[in-house]
Design a protein around this ligand. Structure first.
Ligand SMILES: Nc1ncnc2c1ncn2[C@@H]1O[C@H](COP(=O)(O)OP(=O)(O)O)[C@@H](O)[C@H]1O
Ligand SMILES: [Mg+2]
Length: 259
C-alpha cells in the first residue's frame, strides 16, 4: 500500500505519517516513510533524536551518488541519464527509526513545471522505484502543495490522505488538493480530521468536506502536543491517539482495496 499525506501547514501531516508508519511497523509490516516536506521533521516524529535526524542527508543533496548514477553533478548542468539506477538507494541511504525505514527527499530548485536537472531526475526515478517496484508499505509525508508530484508518480499512489483541522480554511485546502490530485491521476482522495474536540467539530468536517470522504478523526491531544514539545514521537504517548490511528489504518486498507 502506498499512502501520500498532504494538507495545509500545521494540520498534523507529520504526526499522522509518523503514527501510521510506527503502527504498521509494529504490526509486522515493512514500512518505508518518506519525508518529502522541505521543512523536514518526520525523523523526530518517528522517534529519532535531533542529532540522529540531522545525520539523515536528503537524497537531493547526495551529489556524489547523483553524479555517479546520472552522469552529471547537481548544479553543474550538462547531459545526464534519464533512467538512473536507483535500486540500491534504500539500502544505501535510509535510516532506521522506530522500526521504520526513513528517507528524506530534500528539495530541488525548480522553475516552471519541473526541474530538468540531474537531481530532479534522480528523485523522480527513486519515487517511481519506490511506488512501482518495491513492496513495502510506503508513507509519504508531503508539503501542502502537491504540484511537484508529477503524474507518473501520482498515478501510483494508492490512496491520497488530506489531513484537515475543523476550520474552514483547512477544508478549503482539502478541496483544492482533491481537485489537483484528481487532475494528475490520483484515484482515491480521502480526508482525516485532526485536532477534533467534539461532535460538532466532526459534524462540521463531514458537512463541509463535500465529496472528500472523512475516513477517520484524531482527537485534540495534550499528550501529542507535549511529545512534540519534548522532541519525542507522539506514537504510543496516548491510548486515544493509538486507537484513532488503528481505526484510520483499517479504513485506509479498505479504501486501498476498493480502488
Ligand atoms: N491530535 C493532535 N492533538 C494535539 N496537537 C497535535 C495533534 N496533531 C498534531 N498536533 C500538533 O500540531 C503541530 C503540527 O503538527 P504536524 O504534524 O507537524 O503538522 P504538519 O506536518 O501538517 O505541518 C505540532 O505541534 C503537533 O504536535
Ligand atoms: Mg510536517
Amino acid at each position: 500500500m502506498k499512502i501520500a499525506i498532504s494538507g495545509k501547514g500545521g494540520v498534523g501531516k507529520t504526526t499522522l505519517a509518523a503514527g501510521l508508519a510506527r503502527l504498521y511497523a509494529e504490526k509486522g509490516q515493512r514500512v518505508i516513510a518518506i519525508d518529502a516536506d522541505p521543512d523536514a521533521n518526520l525523523a523526530v516524529a518517528l522517534g529519532a533524536t535531533v542529532e540522529q535526524a540531522v545525520g539523515c542527508t536528503p537524497l537531493s543533496q547526495m551529489d556524489d551518488l547523483i553524479e555517479e548514477r546520472t552522469g552529471a553533478r547537481p548544479g553543474r548542468g550538462g547531459m545526464f541519464r534519464l533512467n538512473p539506477d536507483v535500486s540500491d538507494v534504500v539500502d544505501r541511504c535510509a535510516m532506521k527509526v522506530g522500526g521504520v525505514t526513513l528517507l528524506r527527499m530534500g528539495t530541488v530548485e525548480r522553475g516552471g513545471s519541473g526541474c530538468m536537472c540531474s537531481e530532479g531526475t534522480f528523485l523522480k526515478a527513486f519515487m517511481s522505484h519506490l511506488l512501482i517496484e518495491r513492496d513495502e508499505v510506503a508513507i509519504l509525508d508531503m508539503e501542502a502543495g502537491i504540484e511537484h508530484l508529477g503524474r507518473g508518480t501520482a498515478e501510483n499512489v494508492d490512496i491520497f490522505v488530506v489531513v484537515v483541522e475543523p476550520t474552514a480554511r483547512s477544508v478549503q485546502t482539502a478541496r483544492a488538493v482533491r481537485e489537483l490530485a484528481t487532475d494528475i491521476g490520483v484515484v482515491r482522495v480521502v480526508a482525516v480530521g485532526n485536532k477534533v474536540r467534539d461532535v460538532s467539530d466532526e459534524a462540521f468536517l463531514r458537512d463541509s468536506l463535500g465529496e472528500v470522504p472523512l475516513v477517520g478523526t484524531i482527537p485534540e491531544s495534550e499528550a501529542v502536543r507535549s511529545a512534540d514539545r519534548g522532541g519525542r514521537s507522539p506514537y504510543g504517548t496516548d491510548q486515544v491517539f493509538t486507537n484513532a490511528l488503528e481505526r484510520i489504518a483499517k479504513a485506509l486498507e479498505q479504501e486501498a482495496d476498493a480502488s
